[in-house]
Design a binder for this molecule. Structure first.
Ligand SMILES: Nc1nc2c(ncn2[C@@H]2O[C@H](COP(=O)(O)OP(=O)(O)OP(=O)(O)O)[C@@H](O)[C@H]2O)c(=O)[nH]1
Ligand SMILES: [Mg+2]
Length: 260
């Protein structure tokens, strides 16, 4: 349930959020998913909702028909809180998963990222996995802050079925997260283009059974951990309902960390 009138309360909750363990200063949220799913746009949507104004901190693809990932490096985005400080949660954006071998981000690299072995600025190489001998980008001794605390699968609700080879990579990533004890959720983007009722009124979003069922079966994430979202696009101003939806997703994600 989304409390559509509760934006201020959600904002207060997000502002007061503190990681559950003392050794963690930043809860690290890692986004992964097929190319063009809306990973970078989701980072911007969260940043915009938290800051109350449109904010672009991760470069999204300006074109919607990308088959090659627009994001190519391992990049962590922080959201400014004022006075030089930032919120104690960060979003790590990565290259998208592509269909086939030696294209897109490698599942192995995402496993290394989850364990905290990948350093900022690493340019993903679809042909080979980050090696321990790459001292510039391999972090041999990750701290609690380098490790991933929440894994978010980002999917485009408006795209055709995900290709089997991409599903296989997603499965590997999910299983690695399970073994590492990292909680997992999914975000279904582009809901504005998927369902007429949602397009008419965003408040109908959680009524759309189709959206949830479409994904739960294929990606193996329980329905109650799939959040439908509309990312900010070309908007010049924030919209209350979008902010409320995104803030409620953020609150739920952070809840998974606290209760893990
Ligand atoms: N209508 C609509 N468009 C969206 C939504 N989310 C993302 N987009 C558009 O989809 C395109 C791809 O978005 P990105 O955020 O670049 O996707 P990505 O997953 O980061 O893509 P790669 O980095 O290439 O893997 C962009 O043109 C976005 O404007 C959404 O919820 N609704
Ligand atoms: Mg991207």
């Amino acid at each position: 349930k989304v409390n559509w009138g509760g934006k201020n309360e959600l904002l207060r909750h997000v502002r007061e959020f503190k990681p559950s363990r003392d050794e963690v200063q930043n809860v690290r949220v890692l986004l992964y998913g097929p190319v063009g799913a809306g990973k970078s746009s989701f980072v911007n949507a969260v940043s915009s909702a938290v800051q109350g104004r449109p904010s672009i901190i991760a470069a999204p693809n300006a074109s919607t028909d990308g088959t090659k990932s627009f994001t190519v490096e391992y990049k962590t985005h922080k959201i400014r809180k004022g006075n030089g400080a930032h919120y104690p949660f960060v979003f790590t954006d990565v290259m998208g998963l592509e269909s086939g071998e030696s294209v897109g981000v490698r599942a192995e690299d995402l496993k290394l990222a989850m364990m905290g072995h990948v350093k900022e600025g690493y340019m993903f190489n679809p042909v080979s996995t980050l090696s321990q001998t790459n001292t510039q980008h391999y972090n041999p001794s990750p701290t609690a802050n380098d490790k991933v605390h929440i894994l978010v699968c980002v999917l485009n609700a408006n795209s055709p079925d995900i290709k089997p080879s991409v599903l296989q990579k997603m499965r590997e990533i999910r299983e690695a997260a399970r073994d590492l004890g990292i909680p997992q959720v999914a975000v279904a983007t582009h809901i504005d283009l998927t369902c007429e009722e949602v397009q008419r009124n965003l408040k109908n979003v959680y009524r759309s059974k189709y959206l949830k069922q479409k994904f739960s079966a294929t990606i193996g994430i329980p329905v109650n951990c799939i959040f439908p979202v509309k990312n900010y696009g070309q908007l010049l101003e924030n919209e209350d309902n979008m902010d409320t939806l995104i803030l409620s997703i953020l609150k739920n994600m952070l809840y998974f960390e606290t209760n893990n």
